[in-house]
Write a protein that binds this ligand. Structure first.
Ligand SMILES: *[C@@H]1O[C@H](CO)[C@@H](O)[C@H](O)[C@H]1NC(C)=O
Ligand SMILES: *[C@@H]1O[C@H](CO)[C@@H](O)[C@H](O)[C@H]1NC(C)=O
Ligand SMILES: *[C@@H]1O[C@H](CO)[C@@H](O)[C@H](O)[C@H]1NC(C)=O
Ligand SMILES: *[C@@H]1O[C@H](CO)[C@@H](O)[C@H](O)[C@H]1NC(C)=O
Ligand SMILES: *[C@@H]1O[C@H](CO)[C@@H](O)[C@H](O)[C@H]1NC(C)=O
Ligand SMILES: *[C@@H]1O[C@H](CO)[C@@H](O)[C@H](O)[C@H]1NC(C)=O
Ligand SMILES: *[C@@H]1O[C@H](CO)[C@@H](O)[C@H](O)[C@H]1NC(C)=O
Ligand SMILES: *[C@@H]1O[C@H](CO)[C@@H](O)[C@H](O)[C@H]1NC(C)=O
Ligand SMILES: *[C@@H]1O[C@H](CO)[C@@H](O)[C@H](O)[C@H]1NC(C)=O
Ligand SMILES: *[C@@H]1O[C@H](CO)[C@@H](O)[C@H](O)[C@H]1NC(C)=O
Ligand SMILES: *[C@@H]1O[C@H](CO)[C@@H](O)[C@H](O)[C@H]1NC(C)=O
Ligand SMILES: *[C@@H]1O[C@H](CO)[C@@H](O)[C@H](O)[C@H]1NC(C)=O
Length: 612
């Protein structure tokens, strides 16, 4: 299983990463490392996928796809199309996608790309655990999610960068290392399945967010050009584009959107062929955007949060705080990384570290060291000395939420066949995580700069943070919202927090001014749409439809301003940890999962729901 050290250094991998297995837990609620489950199983290899529909786009990209909904996989709402398969960008770059038509009006609704973070984590985490059309039960049956975001938008889930989940350069029999999670070939260890691997020698070339942006754009364009030809598809020519993402998506979102936006302009002005869209919104959920701004909020959140939880003592707090600010500490090493990039021509441009710098080994090493310093001495104190959840401070560190049954669901032959894949599933690719770690991408100053450009372009930018998450806590998210430089910064700072209401319930509080907003969502861990499906859908819908976030009643204008106190002062009830004794913990886990499952049930049809 993963050692503690790995889990901690890999803290940004999404919640589907298993907690360190606790031997006293019953196997039932034991969030076992998936590769341990794999080893326990008899080894069966996925059969080669067959019977695809195939499309060749005008730019020579091949799309191979299937219609899993017709086989009862995931989206079974009558009349709602779903398509999964590959965008084949080259001989050795095959990007997995899963597209769902809107349940409302696919021809007129927006087109939204959803991405999870990692780096190396799969967007199907979001599909199954958060905002997609279905969720998976413990017995591997599916349930329709009535708060799916495809209720109001066409939704595309991409597994990226190549190597993540079903996306592949090569497909190889082998296993995943017990403690690193990295791929091992059959000469290195006994084979346990068929895995997506990077070439050559299992080393991909995508090791920064900015490089991932270029690759993701190619995949998105390939898909969009094929979209009108997907058979029986009703979302055939979407125009309005949204990018929503989470966690390491605080890097992906700003960088991808900024790059996509500029490419889109070239298509619009005719200097490049392609599928042009109208860029509508960028949504960032519990996102790590700027370590420079967010680092100091790790120790603050650990000891002085709105739940009245003190996760570690004053000695540890002082250490983490000192490590943030000391000479040679986290913030100072980030500056060393920036100075290193400035050493070479074109290494640091407009406040951003460029691929010219990151391709230079010595610079990458300085930046990687800065990222390690920050993680190991500031962020990780909570994991080392606390006993609460990485992604939810209300829960124990071996948090049973959200359950990740979907991984087992996707490792079944009949599901793989319906999706058109012939590779075993894993929600996070450790090799990609390590590649990004080696460049220090985590601490780059680039993403706040990208975000400023996007705000200046007039596109709507919405930040939303569940207030119980530690790893991308809302203190840090709020600090980013306040640090951003833009024309209406003063007005944004002066705007007050207004309650965010849905159906008469206050789910959070929002500061908004024109196209920028920051929303704190109460009683929610990292994966907000799992913990607060109603609030997450209402927030998404209001943003993409150009409505105010607190109530969804007013049209957004350049001067729309929220009213209220300058601080988000709502306090939450203290939550004690469950008993550690195994049977009691199992029953607590079971009831907490059931309580979240219950949120997905729509009110009886006799009630008149208040419009979002
Ligand atoms: C890989 O997929 C096959 C189905 O094709 C399944 O039987 C097997 O258990 C999976 N292996 C792992 C390690 O999940
Ligand atoms: C598309 O690829 C084929 C070979 O697969 C090649 O003959 C053709 O020239 C390519 N077309 C374009 C527009 O690149
Ligand atoms: C699977 O689990 C769900 C939820 O617990 C339950 O409603 C359903 O009846 C179960 N199905 C089977 C086949 O056991
Ligand atoms: C989402 O769409 C489904 C199917 O169209 C519908 O039954 C459900 O009520 C919708 N959910 C909400 C929250 O409106
Ligand atoms: C994996 O091994 C199985 C069993 O030997 C074989 O049938 C299959 O072709 C192999 N797959 C790959 C991708 O090499
Ligand atoms: C990995 O873990 C499994 C289950 O704990 C064990 O059976 C296997 O021997 C381990 N493999 C190695 C290479 O240590
Ligand atoms: C906790 O935060 C409050 C403001 O929210 C501040 O007044 C107080 O000094 C902080 N306490 C500590 C120990 O940092
Ligand atoms: C604080 O916690 C650390 C780690 O458990 C411990 O070593 C230290 O003695 C504690 N300090 C105080 C003042 O309790
Ligand atoms: C915003 O502008 C101020 C003043 O010029 C500058 O000190 C700060 O670094 C800028 N912040 C960002 C995130 O660019
Ligand atoms: C806000 O903008 C709208 C049009 O965008 C304008 O009609 C209105 O007068 C403005 N309000 C204020 C207070 O400036
Ligand atoms: C309260 O809001 C102000 C301005 O928005 C901010 O500078 C300050 O840090 C906030 N205080 C707390 C305790 O969050
Ligand atoms: C609206 O709130 C009422 C009262 O809390 C609740 O019974 C109902 O289920 C809610 N409706 C929706 C659509 O969330």
């Amino acid at each position: 299983m993963f050692s503690t050290a790995f889990l901690l250094s890999a803290g940004l991998l999404l919640a589907s990463l298993p907690s360190v297995a606790n031997a006293s837990l019953s196997s039932h609620f034991h969030r076992d490392a998936p590769w341990n489950n794999r080893l326990a199983k008899r080894t069966y290899y996925p059969a080669p996928a067959t019977d695809y529909y195939t499309i060749k786009t005008p730019t020579n990209v091949t799309i191979r796809y299937k219609t899993p909904g017709e086989d009862g996989v995931c989206e079974t709402t009558p009349g709602v199309g779903s398509y999964s398969g590959y965008v084949d960008l080259s001989e050795d770059v095959h990007i997995f996608f899963w597209f769902f038509e809107s349940r409302r009006d696919p021809a007129r609704d927006d087109f939204t790309l959803w991405l999870n973070g990692g780096p190396g984590s799969d967007s199907l985490i979001g599909l199954f655990e958060e905002l997609g059309p279905c969720r998976i039960n413990e017995n591997l049956t599916t349930v329709i999610n009535p708060y799916s975001w495809n209720n109001v938008s066409n939704m595309l889930f991409l597994s990226q960068p190549v190597g993540v989940s079903f996306s592949y350069q090569a497909i190889t029999n082998g296993s995943l290392g017990n403690s690193t999670g990295g791929f091992l070939n059959s000469s290195q260890a006994d084979q346990t399945g068929t895995w997506s691997t990077l070439v050559p020698d299992n080393e991909g070339e995508i090791d920064t967010t900015d490089l991932a942006a270029i690759a993701a754009w190619e995949a998105l364009q390939g898909f969009l050009e094929a979209l009108p030809q997907l058979h029986a598809n009703r979302a055939w020519q979407p125009r309005k584009f949204n990018l929503w993402t989470e966690s390491y998506g605080g890097h992906y979102g700003p960088a991808f959107f900024d790059y996509f936006y500029k490419q889109n302009e070239k298509i619009q002005n005719g200097s490049m062929p392609g599928y042009a869209m109208e860029f509508n919104s960028l949504g960032l959920i519990n996102a790590i955007i700027s370590e420079t701004v967010q680092a100091e909020h790790y120790p603050e959140f650990a000891v002085n949060n709105t739940y009245g939880i003190k996760a570690y003592n004053d000695t540890v707090y002082s250490y983490a705080k000192f490590a943030t600010h000391m000479v040679g500490g986290c913030l100072s090493q980030i500056q060393s990384c920036i100075r290193a990039a400035q050493d070479i021509k074109g290494g640091y441009v407009k406040g951003k570290i460029t691929p010219v710098a990151t391709g230079f080994q010595a610079i990458a090493a300085v930046c990687a060291e800065a990222a390690n310093m920050c993680r190991d001495n500031v962020e990780s104190m909570y994991y080392n000395y606390g006993d609460r959840g990485t992604y939810d401070i209300r829960h124990p560190s071996n948090d049973p939420t959200p359950p990740s049954y979907y991984e087992d669901y996707l490792n079944q032959a009949h599901i793989q066949k319906a999706l058109g894949v012939s590779v075993n599933y894993t929600g996070s690719n450790s090799d990609i995580y390590y590649l990004f770690q080696q460049t220090g991408d985590f601490i780059y100053p680039n993403f706040i700069q990208d975000l400023q450009d996007i705000i200046a372009s007039g596109v709507r930018v919405a930040l939303a943070y569940g207030d119980a998450d530690y790893i991308c806590n809302w203190f840090g998210g709020q600090a980013v919202s306040l640090a951003l430089n833009h024309t209406h910064k003063a007005e944004f700072l002066a705007a007050g927090y207004e309650p965010m209401l849905y159906n008469g319930t206050e789910y959070g509080e929002t500061r908004e001014r024109g196209n920028l907003s920051f929303t704190r969502i109460y009683e929610s861990g990292h994966e907000v749409p799992y913990y607060q499906p109603q609030a997450a859908l209402a927030h998404f819908q209001r943003v993409i439809e150009g409505l105010d976030i607190p109530e969804g009643k007013e049209r957004v204008t350049a001067n729309l301003t929220s009213n209220g106190p300058l601080n988000a002062t709502h306090t939450n009830a203290y939550v004690s940890l469950p008993p550690t004794e195994s049977s009691k913990l199992a029953s607590w886990s079971s009831s907490i999962v059931a309580s979240y499952d219950a949120l997905d049930v729509l009110p009886p049809p006799t009630e008149t729901p208040t419009p979002a």
